[in-house]
Design a protein around this ligand. Sequence first.
Ligand code: UDP
Ligand code: MG
Length: 330
Amino acid sequence: MQKKISFVLPIYNEEGNIPLMYTQLCEVVLQLEKDFEIQIVLVNDGSRDQSWPLLEKLVQHDERITAINLSRNFGHQLALTAGYDHASGDAVITMDADLQDPPHLVLQMIDKWLAGADIVYARRADRTDGFLKKLTADLYYRFLDTISDVRIPRYVGDFRLIDKKVLSFLQTSREKSRYLRGMVAWAGFKQEFIDFKRPNRHAGVTGYTWSKMIKLAFDGMTGFSLFPLRVAAFVGLFVVLSGAGMFFFMIADMLIYAVSYPLFKWLAVIMYLFMGLQFLLLWIVGEYIGRIFEQQKGRPLYLISGLAKDVNCVAQKGKLDEARIRSLYQ
Ligand code: UDP
Ligand code: MG
């Protein structure tokens, strides 16, 4: 049976890009249509320009398109999620609608998928963004890499192909603060990369304001690491240890050299110590909150990429000796 490929594109004020984006996508689709069934899911994320009327027109001319109109601007990640929810392909490709993710790369992605990859990321080998965005992105990716529990690939955005195994995980996992590239990385499976030079946006302006970017960065950190909650532990430990040091120093001073400290100095050290204790208690509360948070995310406990059991195997009673097991490797 023919395999199906779905394209998902989130659209926010992209009226200037839709015609060219659609034309370029169609060129790629034309090549693919010999071998695959095609679905195109276009998600309008509360655009304030003519994007939605344009999409309605496209739908009338192209039966492969499903257009979704969100009731307001929910943001890139949720627009992508709505797209994933309506995608039914064996592989799903997400890409931006502003032509920063060149459609022709899709062919290489599909080749890698056919060769066995479950996730194919397009990695930005060379960013054309401004200095500040480049610097902050670089620092952020490094930091996230250090603190996160899963290895989230660097320099990848949301231009990627995922197999339907990963799709069903994204469709069933309903955590609210979605950082999709983290969730995809969390899923595991066989991952591959394609490097590309990211061009500038074709028309219009970026929909990613600084505030949206900061929210995304926080979703990435809080969704994949409990480190921020544990900061209190480091502060508390430092304060308690240094406070105890000062306290015992004063006691020793008093006992050995008969130095008498005024009451306010004792009070200062004792209050300092108790502040440290409060931080430690805050950390313990944080650990519980972290566990509640992990639980409410409702991610599956594990995902399985394959099962092996051969019902036709020759019944092997007794043991396989080591030499025979080794011979299996050859
Ligand atoms: N986008 C969206 N909702 C938003 C912001 C952006 O659906 O609130 C879409 C946008 O139309 C584009 C993609 O997400 O297809 C990437 O956004 P953008 O190009 O503005 O981000 P940048 O490439 O500057 O990081
Ligand atoms: Mg863009």
